[in-house]
Design a protein around this ligand. Sequence first.
Ligand code: GUN
Length: 291
Amino acid sequence: MTATLIDGKATAAALRAEMAARVAELTAKGLRPPGLAVVLVGEDPASQVYVASKARQTVEIGMRSFEHKLGAGTPEAELLALIARLNADPAVDGILVQLPLPKHIDADKVIEAIAPEKDVDGFHPVNAGRLATGGRGFVPCTPRGSLRLIKSVRQDLAGLHAVVVGRSNIVGKPMALLLLGESCTVTIAHSKTRDLPAVCRDADILVAAVGRPKLLGAEHVKPGAIVIDVGINRVTDPATGKGKLVGDVDFDAAKAVAGAITPVPGGVGPMTIACLLENTLDSYLIRSGLR
Ligand code: GUN
């Protein structure tokens, strides 16, 4: 058997097209466009690529992008002052501070300085708490995109066993809470889990979010399972000596067993930015009294 490929690139493009149409409708009525501010501190190459993609896709769907690039040595107080200005700026609906931050800056303090109603990353403790208690709030983009991909192959997830491998605040924990909200029976596995293959093999839905290249193979996958690979790992291809991206799942091995699987690249990755724009549009609609 070969698994159905879950095409995140196409799903994300469709979602962006829907949002572009919605933004065009709003601006045609004379309303201001939604605005997203992205803050980058330092010159981390991967972060520079992500931030450039975010800005480009924001503008492509008709929203305003406000980019703030600060030097690696920027004092924490200066970053906090910028966030205070963005919090107060009525043209800004969403604020994203790209992580990781340089070591001299306290990331928790920075995240807590973002107004929760503009925290489109969903990282502020108020939004994390709202997700945990089932209330309205911003859901982190990668789990939100991953759930959408799961639901593109199966609508009703009630009673299914979901195993999330990874317990980060950005992906693992919010992913587990979203699946719980769908009435799944949820297990969070991590580096200390005993007999990881056996735990994973019991999963109807398997989400890998650990950042370890090809950690999960065929022996981790239940026949017919939905496999979502959140990993984006840069490795050197021994055949060509060139760099390439691989997931946390050994795709070729797992696809022979799974029912449906996301590729890397072209799976979860493109959904993350699409869901960031979705959170920004949601923020705009709420802040404008349109929802
Ligand atoms: N760095 C890696 N992923 C993310 C993300 O989703 N949001 C932010 N702000 N930084 C990141």
